[in-house]
Design a protein around this ligand. Structure first.
Ligand SMILES: C[S@@+](CC[C@H](N)C(=O)[O-])C[C@H]1O[C@@H](n2cnc3c(N)ncnc32)[C@H](O)[C@@H]1O
Length: 390
């Protein structure tokens, strides 16, 4: 089976954020700022907890506009296209020979690659500067939280850089990556460029044969076929057409095309499919146990929409209950909400509308019955677990 690796899209030089000729004084200023940031002990790609920025929107805007000097320092040469050169630590804190920094320097830049592919995963970030020109209209109508934006509202670059960055290097061990919801493949193209060592798979319902849904077909047109790589992906058995909420389809793809002899291990699954809460839960219960130790499951678009709401109000709270479970009922009677997930769960990391579930070091489980591979009846109802009425 050929390994499909998409070539990195070469951006034109105008999109390269190189230091401009107008920037001598600004360069000095940015150098001093970089030094200060370094002294304050921050490293953006290490997590922003020490970074002296309190307003994330202002921060993102400054990154995009290059006001904090990072854009100038995130220079991409032709030979290093899409790889990050981090020098905003100013060298004051992190030794440039440190293995950690060297590994980070090998990482590609998700925001830049996603911008080139046109995926909506970073549209919020890219749109924000112009959106904020009028803060009143930039906020979603009636939204009390000013962070709820109009239009493209995804700001997933920070999550993806942090969690997929280590998978984006040229030296990472080959691994499998599964996306649920291919649509027209712009997200998939971004992943392919970002993680050239990944064996990428995707699932999409709209490339089922045209026809009535009641007959297991799809009546509304093939979105996936709009992508130039469509046929190649189909031929290589990387794009799987079917319903990602259907256990038989999931098992078929997994056993036939993914868990092949000699196949690289499954490390990452991303759910960007229907965003129906029940389907998101299906992804969790089928795929999380099958992800290798230390891998991740990313669930996108956990938004306060009616269709997705009960994932946020039902599934996420139960995951958090399980995360802190000890089972010493001495002081407080405890129940494991999700017995097939809890023993494998290391952490839950969420930013607005997106969560990353991290696998612990327990081996992957592929012996679950069909029933245990699907959401239990109380999956979307946290109260049932809290009241121990499972
Ligand atoms: C939000 S779009 C995906 C966008 C894409 N991941 C990207 O980044 O460009 C959601 C896609 O999921 C597909 N989808 C919806 N329900 C599905 C299901 N049950 N199984 C598989 N795909 C599904 C839709 O047809 C649609 O193409």
């Amino acid at each position: 089976m050929p390994v499909l690796t998409m070539p990195i899209h070469r951006g034109n030089n105008r999109s390269c954020s190189c230091i401009s000729s107008t920037g001598r004084r600004a360069q000095l200023f940015h150098f001093a700022l970089g030094l200060l940031v370094g002294i304050l002990g921050s490293n953006f790609f290490q997590g922003a907890s020490l970074f002296p920025v309190t307003d994330m929107d202002a921060y993102r805007q400054s990154v995009l506009l290059g006001k904090d000097g990072r854009e100038q320092e995130t220079t991409m040469t032709t030979s290093q296209q899409s790889k990050i050169t981090i020098s905003n630590t100013g060298g004051a804190v992190v030794d440039s020979s440190s293995p950690l920094l060297q590994r980070q320097q090998q990482q590609r830049n998700f925001l830049e690659i996603a911008r080139q592919s046109g995926t909506d995963k970073v549209k919020g970030t890219l749109f924000l500067p112009s959106c904020l020109e009028n803060p009143q209209t930039c906020r979603k109508p009636k939204a009390k939280n000013p962070k709820c934006r109009v239009g493209a509202q995804h700001f997933y670059d920070t999550v993806y850089q942090k969690w997929l960055g280590p998978y984006s290097t040229d030296t990472v061990e080959p691994f499998q990556f599964l996306e649920i919801g291919y649509f027209n493949g712009k997200g998939f193209d971004a992943y392919a460029d970002f993680m050239p060592r990944a064996e990428l798979h995707s699932m999409e319902i709209s490339c089922l044969p045209p026809g009535k849904q009641s007959e297991g077909k799809w009546p509304w047109g093939n979105f996936a076929a709009r992508n130039v790589h469509y046929q190649a992906l189909r031929d290589a058995r990387r794009l799987h057409c079917g319903d990602a909420a259907d256990h038989a389809f999931l098992r078929g793809v997994w056993t036939t095309h993914m868990k092949r002899r000699g196949a690289p291990p499954l490390r990452v699954v991303v759910d960007d499919g229907s965003h129906l809460a029940q389907h998101m839960a299906t992804t969790l219960f089928f795929w999380f146990p099958r992800i290798e130790p230390g891998g991740i499951l990313v669930i996108e678009d956990i938004e306060p929409l009616p269709e997705a709401a009960s994932f946020r109000t039902g599934v996420v709270p139960q995951l958090l209950l399980d995360l802190h479970y000890c089972g010493n009922d001495e002081h407080f009677a405890e129940t494991v909400c999700f017995p097939t997930i809890q023993p494998l769960l290391h952490a839950v990391h969420c930013e607005m509308h997106i969560c990353v579930l991290e696998r612990n070091q327990e081996p992957a489980v592929d012996t679950l019955s069909e029933q245990d591979s699907m959401p239990p009846p109380h999956a979307l109802d946290a109260m049932k677990c809290l009241q121990r009425k499972l």
